[in-house]
Design a protein around this ligand. Structure first.
Ligand SMILES: NC(=O)c1ccc[n+]([C@@H]2O[C@H](COP(=O)([O-])OP(=O)(O)OC[C@H]3O[C@@H](n4cnc5c(N)ncnc54)[C@H](O)[C@@H]3O)[C@@H](O)[C@H]2O)c1
Length: 321
């Protein structure tokens, strides 16, 4: 049985769907937090609950008692994919406490659960490209220093990596942290650029473009991320090993290219309002994925010319616009 936290979230939903469609038995948890539209989370969950071999529990990952009980109830868990988190760089300026509670305390609770499982083969947890913070050396390599985070979100995720390193060593756990790079796709997050820009353009509203548009990202399509993560987690690891990988597209593209792709798919120009760089944000990300390719054959297949139209098709169908 594969245990997925944050199963009603954007990546968690796609992860569970892919695992279930490939015949795995999945236990999912989510606290259905109201950080963004809960009805979107519920719609994802409703789809998962129609698939065979899916069990859901509404649990807060940082609630240690519920997590201990979960371990007793499901001793057959063999793999963990820990995705539940308070995501988003900008919200950490508004509500810092939830980042430490969910991300740091949550990581500890999942590791404690992992420790208690008699059949655990491998646990993967989500980290982020944000841990590279203000680094200027590109591409970002997993061998680079990551001790200058520019947001509490990044600091909380770096904390998860450090806590995991100690747990792998102390309790002989087989752990992998995966630093995701800007994931997008159908059923995506309403607080991310693609969703916000699509919605605003369709509503004839202005879109704020930070750092005067001088930004670039490895825009990574969700199916590629899901396939890469599953390939990694299903490989058994030696007890006591903890490795970190970058997982993202192999190309970095500018925010303006991304916006142009949205415009050309919608057949409508964006009303752009250029704004200065936001606190907590970084100008660019470029992933060095050489170890990811070498160790579990990761090959990103989807470019924005295919991925952005896929998102917009989903958005128009889902919201009937
Ligand atoms: N989407 C990206 O571009 C991206 C990039 C880097 C890292 N990540 C990481 O990937 C993971 C998944 O991100 P996502 O984009 O799917 O975000 P998401 O917000 O859509 O999914 C996270 C899910 O976790 C749930 N959750 C939040 N707090 C919880 C708690 N205390 N207990 C149980 N569940 C809780 C939420 O309700 C949500 O359904 C996160 O760990 C995130 O930090 C995402």
């Amino acid at each position: 049985m594969i245990f997925v936290t944050g199963c009603a979230g954007f990546i968690g939903f796609h992860m569970c769907k892919k695992l279930l469609e490939s015949g795995h038995e999945v236990l999912g948890i989510d606290n259905m937090s109201d950080y963004y539209d809960v009805s979107l989370k519920q719609a994802r969950l409703d789809m998962l609950q129609k698939l065979p071999n899916f069990t859901f529990r509404k649990i807060d990952v940082s609630d240690k008692d519920s997590m201990i009980i979960l371990g007793h109830d499901f001793p057959g868990i063999t793999h963990i994919i820990h995705l539940a988190a308070q995501a988003g760089v900008r919200y950490s300026l508004i509500n810092p406490y939830v980042y430490i509670q969910t991300n740091v305390m949550g990581q500890l609770c999942v590791l404690e659960l992992a420790k208690s499982l008699p059949n655990l083969k491998h646990m993967m947890y989500a980290s982020t490209s944000s841990v590279y913070g203000a680094n200027e050396k590109m591409p970002f390599s997993i061998n680079d220093r990551t001790d200058n985070p520019v947001s509490l979100y990044a600091a909380s995720k770096k904390g998860c990596e450090l806590i995991s390193e100690s747990y792998a060593r102390m309790f002989q756990l087989p752990l992998t942290g995966i630093r995701f790079f800007t994931v997008y796709g159908p059923w995506g997050r309403p607080d991310m650029a693609l969703f916000m820009f699509t919605k605003a353009i369709l509503n004839d509203e202005e879109i704020p473009v930070f750092n005067n548009g001088d930004m670039y990202r490895n825009f990574s399509y969700v199916d590629d991320i899901v396939n890469g993560t599953i390939a990694c987690v299903l490989e058994d690891r030696e007890p006591g090993t903890h490795k970190i990988y970058n997982l993202g597209n192999d190309k970095s593209q500018t925010l303006m290219e991304y916006i142009q792709m949205i415009e050309s798919t919608l057949g409508k120009k964006a009303k752009i309002r250029f704004e200065p760089m936001q606190k907590g944000d970084v100008r660019g990300t470029i992933a060095d994925i050489s170890e990811t390719v070498a160790d579990f054959g990761f090959t990103p297949k989807t470019n924005i010319s295919e991925g952005v139209p896929n998102f917009i098709k989903w958005y128009r169908d889902y919201y009937r616009v």
